[in-house]
Design a binder for this molecule. Structure first.
Ligand SMILES: Nc1ncnc2c1ncn2[C@@H]1O[C@H](COP(=O)(O)OP(=O)(O)OP(=O)(O)O)[C@@H](O)[C@H]1O
Length: 634
């Protein structure tokens, strides 16, 4: 990324800002005596060579007083903005930190404070704390805080909902660390600009209060107090008011421009917009975790993952939606299982539920949801988090939004090792380089120093996989990991996953809407439709064994090497039912050529047809399959 050039106007304002800071530092030392020197022979004089801004009522040089007042004016403005923004920051982070219920309360409190007129609030507090500089600073700080809190709240909510924060949460890091490392750095550029504007605003407001006699009191003086003194004689000797007036305006603009430049520089260096998937909700990220060498025990089964009766529901204003219904499956150690289905069939929510990443108002119900035989929901919070973090790695669709834009690769890849294996920063770094090398990422040591935006899409995805593998996971759930990548890079990424599976025996659940990707990569496939698993079968037998009309339709819509190129590809007529209109019987019935009245009225259960083979259909196609009567279950 090329460095953006500053415009001449910005450079000039930055120079002015520097001059103001220098004046604040040395002004009172250089001109303090002259500013305090009373000259009874030159009372209230106009502009002259000796006194460019004239003199005040006691004959003191106005220019010297304006220069000396720079320090107090700036210090008070900085204090006000610092206090106000600090209060606002704490208040604004509360909704994110406190969780949904208490957070809502904190959000309402911010709304209430915002509704109060700022100036009234400032005057009220200033009256309580007493007229003077302290009262003005505290009063204005309280007035600034609510707006800053609302901005912080909005920005933090955006970042907290991002995939890289989900990824960081999967590493099990503590809340303060999550806020400090992942949330605050990403909202900083917008906040810096706001702080700079708050300083400029505070400068004006403090000057106004001093001008009204409510701010700085004699013998101290700031630009506002000088303006007050000069304004009395504005028609006689306008220069006396001009000096402090110009100082206030120039300083206000300089702060705003400097803040803007600083925010731009921060944003330019750190944040680039996340590439959206273009498929509704963009979801991608890498969440990482892994199993330690000892790993959780398989508790009498070699299933890495066991899911029984999993449903995900969302309570909304229009009622309850259940996008995932009664999903059951297991994954054995070292197995490669695919989940395929059209967009909206519930694949990703299934993955998120497994990783405990469903956010309220979503809820997860399951008879069993066990990793290595242990159901995280039955464990105390710390153990639950640790089991998840040390058993499961997730790789999502868009690698750019999976990675925290402000952190170097080394910090992100090493994070799980630091948080859960007790690795020091140095050890985590070594582990991270090893991991990148293991994934054959060229120039691993150099990559470690880079930020996500400096890597190509495929490289980023490999880094997100590396994040997940740092602590040797026994299961990787990869949700559309190649959808955002071009075909060549897709192949490289799948090859990486395949190698990890082969070399470390890591089980992989690969989620995709592309049945050809799934059948090429996986050993076993689950086909999902409208939130349910409708068929499970061996990947290499798909074209022979597929019994559900939906699976067959998906296959027919995928070109094969021996396909007749003159014939158009088959498409599946109709569309999946909306979540609030899933029919009572088989959800695929309205699109199915074989549907009967029974299909429309009664829900077919997922029946076991043999080892690793299940189908939920009243009229399974292909080889002689029994058509079973089943109980209706919704
Ligand atoms: N937070 C939510 N609130 C309500 N509905 C949701 C929420 N998240 C997802 N859904 C809905 O649940 C259904 C299943 O979503 P999911 O993302 O699991 O589908 P998917 O099969 O992974 O599709 P895609 O590949 O497009 O992501 C969709 O209709 C989706 O709109």
């Amino acid at each position: 990324m090329g460095r953006k050039r500053l415009s001449p106007a910005r450079v000039a304002m930055l120079a002015v800002f520097g001059v103001l800071l220098a004046l604040a530092l040395v002004g009172p030392m250089l001109w303090g005596d002259r500013a305090a020197a009373v000259d009874l022979e030159r009372l209230g004089e106009g502009a002259s060579w000796a006194h460019p801004f004239g003199t005040d009522d006691l004959g003191r040089d106005m220019l010297a007083r304006v220069l000396v007042a720079t320090r107090l004016s700036l210090v008070l403005a900085l204090l006000t903005a610092g206090l106000g923004c600090g209060l606002g920051l704490l208040l604004g982070l509360l909704p994110t930190v406190l969780g949904p219920r208490l957070g809502k309360l904190a959000g309402s409190a911010i709304g209430l404070l915002l509704a109060l007129p700022g100036l009234l609030l400032a005057l009220l507090v200033a009256t309580i704390t007493g007229v003077g500089a302290t009262g003005a600073v505290v009063g204005l700080a309280v007035a600034i805080a609510p707006a800053f809190a609302r901005l912080t709240q909005t920005l933090a909510a955006q970042v907290a909902g991002s995939e890289y924060v989900a990824a960081a949460r999967m590493t099990g890091i503590s809340l303060p660390r999550l806020m400090l490392r992942h949330v605050l750095p990403n909202i900083a550029p917008a906040l810096v600009l706001q702080v700079a504007m708050a300083i400029g605003g505070a400068l004006l407001a403090l000057s106004a209060l001093s001008f009204l006699g409510l701010g700085v009191q004699e013998p101290q003086y700031d630009w506002g107090a000088l303006l007050n003194a000069g304004l009395d004689r504005i028609y006689v000797t306008p220069a006396a008011a001009l000096g402090p007036g110009i100082a206030i305006i120039v300083a206000g603009v300089a702060f705003n421009v400097t803040g803007d430049a600083l925010a731009g520089a921060l944003a330019g260096e750190t944040i680039r917009p996340a590439r959206r998937s273009g498929r509704g909700r963009s979801r991608s990220a890498a969440a990482s975790s892994a199993v330690p060498a000892s790993g959780p025990s398989a508790a009498g089964s070699d299933a890495v993952l066991q899911v029984d009766g999993l449903s995900v529901t969302f309570e909304g204003e229009g009622g309850t939606l259940t996008p995932v219904r009664d999903v059951s499956f297991s994954v054995a150690a070292g197995e490669r299982v695919g989940i395929v289905g059209e967009s909206g069939s519930g694949k990703s929510l299934t993955a998120l539920a497994i990783a405990d990443l469903i956010e309220p108002p979503g809820t997860v119900q399951a008879e069993r949801l066990a990793l290595h035989g242990r159901d995280p929901r039955e464990l105390p919070e710390r153990e639950r988090r640790r089991l998840l973090v040390t058993s499961l790695a997730m790789v999502f669709q868009d690698p750019l939004s999976s990675l925290n834009p402000v952190l170097r690769i080394e910090r992100q890849v090493g994070e799980a090792a630091q948080a859960h294996l007790g690795a020091t920063r140095g050890q985590a770094r070594v582990r991270a380089v090893e991991q990148l090398r293991e994934l054959r990422i060229p120039g691993a040591a150099r990559r470690m120093r880079q930020h996500p935006h400096e890597l190509s899409g495929g490289m980023r995805q490999r880094v997100t996989i590396a994040m997940g593998l740092t602590t040797r996971p026994s299961l990787i759930v990869a949700d559309e990991p190649t959808t955002a990548l071009d075909v060549t890079v897709q192949r490289q990424v799948l090859r990486v996953l395949r190698r990890v599976n082969a070399e470390h025996g890591t089980a992989v659940v690969l989620i995709s809407h592309d049945i050809s990707v799934i059948s090429a990569f996986c050993e076993r496939v689950l086909v999902m439709y409208a939130g349910r698993v409708v068929e499970e079968l061996a990947a290499d037998r798909m074209r022979v064994d597929a019994a559900h009309p939906y699976t067959r339709a998906l296959l027919a819509a995928t070109p094969t090497l021996d396909a007749d190129l003159d014939r158009p590809l088959a498409t599946i007529p109709g569309r999946q039912p909306a979540l609030d209109a899933v029919p009572g019987g088989c959800a695929f019935a309205p699109r199915c050529a074989h549907a009967s009245d029974r299909c429309r009225e009664r829900l077919p259960l997922l029946e076991t047809l043999g080892e690793g083979r299940r189908v939920a259909c009243w009229h399974p196609q292909g080889a002689a399959l029994p058509v079973r009567e089943q109980e209706m279950k919704r």
